[in-house]
Ligand binder design. Structure first.
Ligand code: CP
Length: 296
């Protein structure tokens, strides 16, 4: 049974196929490849992009989608996550798409081998579909035919890296592809790893091809880290002034905190591909659903 817990669940050939399928879906919508399939979405944390993108992707391919809202489920009556999942699996869906606050939840459910699990974001550890759509967006921008052609490109990840599952999954995928990853953050937002670290973007900006800006994830901070995010923004907000006329691709997984992560003006700049990422996310998730439900 194929699951998607992190991008390492796909080998290089599968990764290439996902990028190729997403590219061809973007050119032309396919026929209803998943007409007889049914997916359940189970989001224990809030989502705008990922949940709706999966639903759009599934419906574009003709699949049915059932959404269980945990806030109105029998979780409120004390039913455990495992029991909730086993009951849903007993209805024989073709897969469950789950978002949860704990890093190991998707893996724990996948081990039961009851139905394919697709990780739509777990704790601060993994968000594989975001990493894959970011890879696709970079390939498209740099006209790469294979993910490996991104080798040697330098990406600066800027912001609350330690809280970010987008950064965690991205770093593992970008490292696998031979990209250079630089981390730019104030000390409280910096993870403990051996990647190059900078407190100021200005130290590294002339070497980067891509900037991935990240939101300060206030909901994951046990206590407020900064009293004043306007002060934080003075150093870390991506502005036209900071980028100048450099040819840098600007990404952000969303939601964007305007004028803290990226300035209003920069969000309208053609180098900023935030909505392109969202658009590409549908095609990449279509390709992922096809891979998990049909190909393997
Ligand atoms: N990028 C992302 O995960 O956004 P949502 O939290 O809105 O799904």
């Amino acid at each position: 049974m194929q699951h998607l817990l992190d991008t390492s669940d796909f080998n290089d050939a599968q990764l290439q196929k996902i990028m190729d399928d997403a590219s061809s879906f973007k050119k032309q919508m396919p026929s209803k490849l998943l007409e007889d399939k049914l997916l359940i979405t189970l989001f224990f944390e809030s989502s705008t992009r990922t949940r709706s993108s999966f639903e759009v992707a599934a419906k574009r391919l003709g699949a049915s989608v059932v959404h269980l809202d945990p806030s109105k489920s029998s979780t409120n009556k004390g039913e455990s996550l495992e029991d909730t999942f086993e009951n849903l699996a007993a209805m024989k869906p073709d897969g469950v798409i789950i978002r949860h606050e704990f890093n190991n939840t998707p893996k724990k459910l996948a081990k039961k081998e009851l139905t394919p699990i697709i990780n739509a974001g777990a704790g601060n550890y993994a968000h594989p579909t975001q990493a894959l759509l970011d890879c696709f967006t970079m390939m498209e921008h740099f006209s790469c035919k294979t993910p490996q052609e991104l080798k040697g490109k330098t990406i600066a990840i800027v912001g609350d890296i330690v809280s970010s599952r987008v950064a965690s999954s991205g770093i593992r995928l970008f490292d696998r592809l031979g990209m250079n990853v630089a981390l730019v953050a104030p000390k409280p937002f910096m993870p403990d790893n051996d990647l190059p670290k900078y407190e100021s973007l200005d130290e590294v900006i002339d070497k980067v091809d891509i900037i991935m800006s990240l939101r300060a994830q206030l909901e994951r901070h046990k206590a407020p880290i900064f009293e004043d995010y306007d002060e934080y923004a003075k150093e870390y907000c991506i502005t036209n002034e900071r980028l100048g006329d450099r040819d840098i691709l600007l990404l952000h997984p969303g939601p964007v905190m305007r004028n803290i992560d990226i300035s209003d003006e920069m969000l309208k700049d053609k180098r900023c591909k935030v909505l392109t990422q969202v658009n590409n996310g549908v095609y990449v998730r279509m390709a992922i659903l096809k891979a998990i439900l049909l190909d393997i």
